[in-house]
Design a protein around this ligand. Sequence first.
Ligand SMILES: Nc1ncnc2c1ncn2[C@@H]1O[C@H](COP(=O)(O)OP(=O)(O)OP(=O)(O)O)[C@@H](O)[C@H]1O
Ligand SMILES: [Mg+2]
Length: 354
Amino acid sequence: MVEVKLQNIVKTFGETVALKGIDLDIKHGELFTLLGPSGCGKSTTLRIIAGLEYPDSGKIYFGDEEVTYLPSHQKGAVLVFQNYALWPHMTVFDNVAYGLKLKGMSREEVRKKVEWALELIKLKGFENRYPTQLSGGQQQRVAIARALVVEPKVLLLDEPLSNLDAKLRLEMRSEIRRIQRELGITVIYVTHDQEEAMAISDRIAVMNVGTVEQVGTPKEIYETPRTEFVASFMGKTNVVPAKVVERNGDRVTVEFESFRMEGLHYTGDSDTVVLVIRPERIRLNPVENGVSLTGTVDLVEYYGFFVEVIGLFGETRLIARTISDRGLEGLKPTKPVTFYIEKDDVIVLPKQQL
Ligand SMILES: Nc1ncnc2c1ncn2[C@@H]1O[C@H](COP(=O)(O)OP(=O)(O)OP(=O)(O)O)[C@@H](O)[C@H]1O
Ligand SMILES: [Mg+2]
């Protein structure tokens, strides 16, 4: 059993504070993703877990054992990079066998293990090819096999799919999920692609400039973001600056421009807030216990299986997404439109300095 625990990890590079005190609790057998924009500290976190870099302060545990300053070859965490880093002069077999030979395993054992790994990644029969004779996806599989064959306690994947085209990316991410489930190993996965993170992960940590803003299942992160940053990072959404003008227990009245919404849930201190409203939660027909906003149509965009209606409410643009395009014929730019939203679908969060 390998739980990975990070306690208050701080890392600076000269003037840059790359990690400002990271705490994480990753469970055994979990596919855990670090998600965040470029430069937020994802790779640094992985490199520290791998033992390729050491923190300025803080501790790392694998299970009960503290491993903060163990060098990478003793740690049992193997990192796979986005550029695969296969040895070009070695065959697939030799690339995968490399780590085992270093361990001094017998030829027969090595052969068995490599066979097992190639079967797992569905590349049996490719033993004698060289990396240049493989597609990007196949090279990435070999890199994963090479990591798995040494039976790591933890597999670390840093943007493993970013060099692949869109279709291969989808295939490979299911493949990674399958292998992870089959082996039941702990995987820590890094990406800046929120959709990829949602599709693949048991849990996600959303990072922003060296801090973790929220940890949760994809559903928790998407449906109940705790900060404005998390809300706006998780896919296309409406974020409207507003003011709390009245409070009644945990319900508040807010105003933006000339619009007023009553009975929204909010318990924060600050009266300067944002309203986060997912486009698919905005309806074009009245809803029970809802609020409504009347404005004009700015644009209607047809995406095939859904349609987006962009409404203009004063200066504020709101996107509504609806699956059916029936009944939308009357919606033409400059014509009036009313958006309806259930009160509990308006997430009120303190305004954040982004
Ligand atoms: N070796 C280094 N020397 C100096 N600064 C570094 C070094 N490594 C990382 N940094 C800085 O630390 C911060 C975090 O970098 P990191 O590589 O962890 O980001 P990231 O989240 O992986 O970004 P990306 O999505 O672009 O890969 C950045 O500001 C980066 O410039
Ligand atoms: Mg990185």
